[in-house]
Design a protein. Structure first.
Length: 461
């Protein structure tokens, strides 16, 4: 993992992205020299930009279809569906570009040859990537200190396949005879902590011990390991890096106060507000035909307002009115009490199901962004009723209100639609990660993954 602007990115996936962009560029340049029209002084500048545009379009569409995430590694079928989908859309975009700007986009034999070579290369490079991932050769070797319930969470992460890029060399007990991890994974060593780590080739030590006071941790041994070049990490830090969450059961106020992050700044707020104003104003103009069409369809199908307005809790707990397209029948909450959304909710209309699946129902919130009540990226705003209910049951829930709520967010692209207190707890772990590490770079990452959610229809209810 490497860290850009406080956000962790798997090094292997970053290398894959950059390498594939370069390969697409070289393919376009190679094919253009053999099948393209001869370059004249009048088209020399366009010839320079052509391979860059080809590589940019394919890389962006691959990203939209999740080919720079981990999900495509689930199997060959998942890989092929995503690659084919990405290249079909990319082919349409490039062909349209060639119709209007023939000097900047490949067409004819040049287009077909470049797409065929890029498609086969994209599949081949990922098959090699999947094979390389089956070995421990490029994985970071981790020694876990502790064998209790916290260590068991790490083992669960390994068994679920979420510990990508890690190889757990074993769990070292601290005098405990009752283990929550498999006995075969428990190390029996009389050597010092550093010698044990060296013996097993560990590069990092993760402290997974609940009780640290009263000599519960070998502080002198840990200091020796750190001074000798080993990286020491606690459990929240491991989950933050690997999963993009802050686990609630491992957090405390002291850790949140003294850790890096959880900071606000007027400079970043100004940049984000400028970004929100520019993009929201542009989107309101661009999407106006879609907005008018959806309003007409909603009105034709069922009675009631085309918009659904609701009070939500914003930054620092300040209430505001949110705008959405109405996707349910007007009497969806007959008794006046808020109800969690359900899977295949029978309160939705036919138009409502479509606009929910495509996330078009969220478009009116662009107006909330323009007015400064929301941002494009941030924790989703909840209704006061649910905020009071959840805050009473979930620790640090109000921490999510330290930033502006968003149309989309880190929790929305990483976790399915929440419909219970347990789901809200899981989503809060992602929201806390965002609050701790938010930056314009992370916002752009979330927006790219939101496009993937829309295209693949994930997390819809």
């Amino acid at each position: 993992m490497i860290r850009f602007f406080r956000h962790y990115i798997p090094l292997s996936l970053l290398v894959l992205t950059l390498a594939e962009f370069l390969i697409f560029y070289l393919i376009s340049d190679f094919i253009a020299a053999r099948y393209g029209t001869p370059v004249s002084p009048a088209t020399a500048l366009e010839a320079v930009y052509k391979p860059w545009l080809f590589a940019a379009v394919l890389t962006l569409l691959n990203s939209t279809f999740g080919l720079y995430d981990w999900e495509w590694t689930q199997g060959l079928r998942s890989l092929l569906l995503r690659v084919v989908g990405a290249f079909v859309i990319a082919g349409i975009v490039l062909e349209l570009g060639a119709q209007f700007l023939p000097d900047l986009f490949a067409h004819g034999a040049e287009f077909l040859a470049a797409m065929a070579m890029a498609l086969s290369t994209s599949v081949l490079i990922r098959l090699l990537f999947m094979e390389a991932g089956k070995t421990d050769l490029f994985k970071k070797r981790i020694l876990v200190l502790g064998t209790g319930s916290r260590a068991a969470r790490i083992e669960e992460m390994v068994e679920s396949g979420e510990a990508r890029g890690l190889a757990i060399v074993g769990y070292l007990p601290l005098g405990s005879t009752h283990h929550f991890v498999p006995a075969s994974r428990v190390l029996d060593s009389e050597d010092s902590l550093y010698e044990t780590a060296l013996k097993h080739g560990a590069e990092e030590i993760v402290v997974a011990v609940r009780e640290r006071r009263g000599g519960g941790l070998p502080m002198a041994d840990l200091l020796e390991c750190k001074l000798r070049g080993l990286h020491i990490l606690d459990l929240p830090g491991l989950f933050e890096r690997q999963l993009g969450i802050l686990p609630l059961d491992s957090l405390n106020a002291g850790w949140m106060i003294f850790s890096d992050g959880f900071t606000q700044g007027s400079g970043r707020d100004a940049v984000k507000r400028l970004f929100d104003l520019t993009v929201s104003g542009t989107l309101l103009l661009v999407t106006l035909p879609i907005l008018l069409l959806v309003m007409l369809l909603i009105r034709l199908e069922s009675r009631g307002s085309v918009f659904y307005t609701q009070e939500r809790v914003g930054q620092f707990g300040k209430p505001f009115t949110i705008f959405k397209f109405r996707s349910m029948f007007s009497d969806a909450e007959k008794d006046g009490l808020p109800v969690w959304a359900r899977l295949n909710d029978d309160r939705t209309t036919r138009v409502g199901r479509f606009i929910r699946r495509t996330r078009i129902d969220e478009l009116p919130q662009i107006l909330n962004v323009f007015l400064g009540q929301m941002s494009f990226v941030g924790p989703r705003p909840e209704r006061p009723y649910f905020v009071n209910e959840l805050a009473a049951q979930i620790p640090y829930y109000h921490a999510r209100h330290s930033v502006k709520p968003g149309i989309t967010g880190w929790a929305q692209v990483r976790f399915p639609y929440g419909a219970s207190v347990e789901d809200a707890m899981n989503k809060l772990q992602y929201d806390l990660y965002y609050v701790k590490n938010h930056s314009l770079f992370l916002d752009l990452m979330v927006l790219l993954q939101t496009a993937q959610v829309v295209v693949l229809g994930k997390g819809v209810r």
